[in-house]
Design a protein around this ligand. Sequence first.
Ligand code: B4P
Length: 189
Amino acid sequence: MFNLILFGPPGSGKGTQSEKLIARYGLKHLSTGDLLRSEIAAQTALGMEAKTIMDRGELVPDAVVIGMINVALENNPQAKGFLFDGFPRTTAQAIALDNLLASKNASINVVLALQVGKEELVSRLLNRGKTSGRSDDVNETVVRSRIEEYEKKTAVVADHYRQFDKVKEIQGEGSVEEIFESLCAEIVI
Ligand code: B4P
């Protein structure tokens, strides 16, 4: 199995680049943001609880997203590998993921960390908010809260994987195609 984490702040291009990476490498895409938005669209109890938290720009509780990833891994026993997008977002999530993969005799092969300046992130997300229908993309205060949550709770996840020498920093500003080629250059399957 080849397992990749696409890492970076909100708006750094994780969703955009994931689409291209799964097409090239045939990995199974697991986006916790997409999984949560499916729960919201289906109006499940979990989705309703998550929406309130997401609309404030905060992180959904670890147990909820770890549970969703566990189910997704169980449901895809034939996958040749996974691309984790937007997960893990806390050190507790990273440890849980390492343990889940270890139970399948697998591990994270590489963490590709997109580097994008804060004002560029704000501008991309507000721009997406004009057309995406995503309620967490329309209000600048919420967008900035999401970036602060990233700085407080998520940036340290890279340190967790740095101790195993698994992190590659990628310039995330430039054309989508240029960034894609920089990501691919770090993937050796
Ligand atoms: P996510 O769905 O993960 O969304 P995101 O990080 O905000 O955006 P993403 O990174 O995918 O967007 P992209 O850059 O591709 O999370 C949403 C919320 O769900 C979180 O705030 C949290 O509440 C909750 N959540 C999700 N996972 C969780 C977890 N594990 N634990 C707890 N809570 C969790 O795109 C942004 C825009 O940039 C797009 O419009 C795109 O077109 C544009 N763009 C991309 N590349 C560009 C480029 N090179 N140049 C210019 N624009 C570009």
